[in-house]
Write a protein that binds this ligand. Structure first.
Ligand SMILES: [Zn+2]
Length: 267
């Protein structure tokens, strides 16, 4: 009898601890910026609009206003401890470093500090966006998007073809726009011959290091149309295509970049 009561008390105590832990765990709060949307915030933290909307008890998910606070669920908040490295944290959560950097707007993977709270969302799986086609035949990515040692951050993906076909095909239809001034932008300066397309999905696709361009500025291109051939002009080592996707052109910032793997479905 006595033992049974002990057990009951102990169980209740456990529940109490669990509840209080849940209550004190701090959420990450995001301040809504002008032109922000819930889906943009959701993309940043890899949380669905539905989950964010539910969690924040929003009446209307299309109506968020600048200055409003949106809470990101705390289950995947990591508090940086002495001696931690970003790669260890990434390994612990089975995500890659680029994911953590993107979600936390980190510019430098070596600059994290004790007590810093990092949000570690689920690793995105690269499922091909059915609207896109791959820009080269039988593509293989030789260098992925995200932080890398020799130039800080790779703003796109480097792709080669596993065939002899050097043609570059428009990943999505759109209009060829001026690449004037682009060779100097960002750490990837030296894109060589480039084609920039303002795509029908509103994003800008950036094809660099081309041997030959086969389109001109102002031209309308269809998806799959040959826009040039792969080369190694500019800062390139070996024939490949540097393919980059941006939400908008200026000002330059990491948030403007899209990991092309999430559209092309290749890692
Ligand atoms: Zn590249």
């Amino acid at each position: 009898m006595f033992n049974k009561r002990m057990v009951t008390t102990f169980s209740l105590a456990c529940i109490g601890i669990m509840l209080s832990t849940k209550t004190i765990a701090a959420d990450t709060t995001v301040m809504v910026q002008p032109n922000d949307t819930l889906s943009a915030i959701g993309q940043r933290y890899d949380i669905s609009v539905e989950a964010l909307s539910d969690y924040n008890q929003l009446m209307n998910r299309h109506l968020i206003i600048p200055g409003q606070k949106i809470n990101i669920p705390s289950e995947r908040i990591y508090n940086v401890k002495m001696g931690d490295t970003l790669s260890q944290i990434a390994e612990k959560y089975h995500v890659d470093m680029a994911t953590i950097m993107r979600q936390n707007h980190l510019q430098n993977p070596h600059l994290i500090f004790v007590g810093q709270q990092l949000y570690v969302g689920e690793q995105r799986k690269s499922v091909r966006n059915k609207c896109y086609r791959t820009p080269v035949s039988q593509p293989y990515i030789t260098s992925g998007f995200g932080p890398r040692s020799f130039d800080g951050f790779h703003m796109g993906v480097d792709i080669i073809s596993q065939t002899n076909d050097l043609n570059i095909y428009a990943a999505l239809g759109g209009r060829v726009v001026s690449d004037l001034g682009w060779s100097w932008v960002g750490p990837n300066g030296g894109g060589g011959n480039m084609v920039m397309i303002q795509q029908d999905d509103g994003n800008y696709a950036f094809y660099a290091h081309l041997a030959h361009k086969k389109v001109v500025i102002g031209q309308r291109v269809s998806q799959g149309e040959v826009i040039g051939t792969m080369g190694e002009t500019g800062n390139a080592f070996g024939v490949h295509l540097h393919f980059e996707l941006r939400r908008y052109l200026t000002p330059y910032c990491h948030e403007a970049l899209i990991n092309p793997s999430t559209r092309l479905g290749i890692e």
